[in-house]
Design a protein around this ligand. Structure first.
Ligand SMILES: Cc1cc2nc3c(=O)[nH]c(=O)nc-3n(C[C@H](O)[C@H](O)[C@H](O)COP(=O)(O)OP(=O)(O)OC[C@H]3O[C@@H](n4cnc5c(N)ncnc54)[C@H](O)[C@@H]3O)c2cc1C
Length: 376
């Protein structure tokens, strides 16, 4: 069977694109390798833009138990400072969010094939795209949206990341006094070689998500337990938060190879790359989900306007470039020992720096492609 559009990957970007396309009358098949959504590496912070996009595609995060977040705290060495967030934000586990997105896609009429992994994507002699699944079966379509997130398909690799980033995520049940202090806040912790965030999510628990360059992780023997102990030494604020906390996963979720700063330059006709396959912003911005939704929306608009995929990809790159470069510049700053020492102090005397940074690392919205424009 040949569909109009084949979407590979049923995370944020793939689901959002499939919902918008199906609502506009396209025949869409979405292929997702997991049988059911599971925990993913993510700080699970939903920025104002992400909330707006999710609302426009019919996802009511409040009804899913999302926790409102209204302030950000920065902790480094022995200092911590906080500032109100300049936009509404929330946190919600990816498991809950991805479950709701897949359900919305099915309700919109998308044919969802779950528990099927795409192994290769190639062009046939007739020019259509052919996706080959793990059992050797194939799916064909003239248009493909590549939305496999952090995972690259054979023949469609993104560059390797020179810093060799490693990310960990663990859920904790905090001691009651610490949970009360963390309420409504997203805390960013700086330590040599990386940074981490802790924030409350639904169900009265907290998500700790950290990134570290491999050579710094090697100093902790490449082991989660020693790494966690080390960052608590470097950042006493985190040690305080985790005092008496109960880890809730048997082991942390971990990934490697995060090509921060990547923005896809080009693509082939009929292949729209979205989400992390289009751009990977440093995680401290908490903007990856928003970018995934934005790229999905722009790709759908381009497809519906019969804009060739290479042109879409080039336009997307130009639109994201300044935000990405600024986020990278800020991320490098966070990794600098001097910056780590003075940042919380600066924040205390000038909370406005938070507002400005947050504003500059958000995507500039294109008025023709608002969330509402593709909602119905
Ligand atoms: C450490 C870290 C912390 C982060 N914290 C935040 C945060 O707090 N807030 C925020 O907004 N962003 C955050 N992000 C970024 C955010 O998680 C991503 O940008 C976002 O998930 C990208 O969405 P996506 O749809 O491209 O990928 P995903 O949501 O990862 O979806 C990809 C989907 O494709 C499926 N898939 C993969 N390969 C195949 C295959 N071969 N066949 C079929 N299906 C396949 C996967 O199972 C998955 O469901 C963070 C990222 C990292 C690394």
């Amino acid at each position: 069977m040949q569909d109009e559009v084949l979407i590979l990957g049923g995370g944020v970007a793939g689901c959002a694109a499939s919902i918008a396309l199906a609502r506009k009358g396209s025949s869409v098949t979405l292929i997702e390798r997991e049988h059911t959504p599971r925990h993913k590496i993510c700080g699970e912070f939903l920025s104002g833009e992400a909330l707006e996009d999710l609302h426009a595609i019919g996802i009511d995060v409040a009804s899913l138990g999302a926790v409102p977040i209204d302030c950000v705290r920065l902790a480094a060495a022995r200092r911590a400072a906080e500032a109100p967030l300049p936009f509404p934000a929330a946190s919600l586990t990816r498991k809950a969010l991805d479950t709701a997105l897949i359900a919305e896609a099915i309700a919109a009429g998308v044919r969802v094939e779950r528990g099927r992994s795409v192994h290769a994507l190639s062009r046939t002699a007739s020019g259509t795209w052919q996706a080959t699944l793990e059992d050797g079966s194939t799916r064909h379509a003239p248009t493909v949206f590549l939305a496999t997130g952090k995972h690259d398909l054979r023949g469609h690799h993104r560059p390797r990341d020179p810093q060799q980033w490693v990310a960990f995520k663990m859920y904790f049940r905090l001691a009651p006094a610490q949970a009360a202090e963390l309420a409504g806040a997203s805390e960013l912790m700086l330590y040599p070689g990386g940074y981490g965030g802790i924030q409350p999510v639904e169900g009265g628990i907290a998500n700790l998500c950290c990134v570290i360059q491999r050579r710094y992780l090697a100093r902790a023997g490449l082991r989660w337990e020693s790494f966690l102990a080390r960052i608590q030494q470097d950042c006493p604020h985190l040690a305080m938060r985790l005092a008496g906390a109960e880890p809730l996963l048997v082991r942390p979720i971990a990934i490697t190879h995060i090509p921060y700063g990547y923005i896809r330059r080009t693509t082939e006709n009929g292949l729209y790359c979205i989400g992390d396959q289009a751009a990977v912003i440093p995680s401290f911005t908490g903007d990856g989900i928003s970018i995934a939704l934005h790229t999905a929306r722009c790709a759908v608009a381009a497809f519906l306007a019969t804009e060739p995929a290479p042109l879409f990809q080039a336009n997307l790159r130009s639109a994201l470039l300044s935000q990405m470069r600024l986020a990278e510049f800020a991320a490098n700053g966070l990794n600098n020992a001097l910056a780590r020492a003075v940042l919380p102090f600066c924040l205390r005397v000038w909370p406005g720096v938070m507002r400005v940074t947050a504003k500059l690392t958000r995507i500039a919205r294109h008025s023709a492609v608002t969330p509402q424009a593709l909602a119905s």
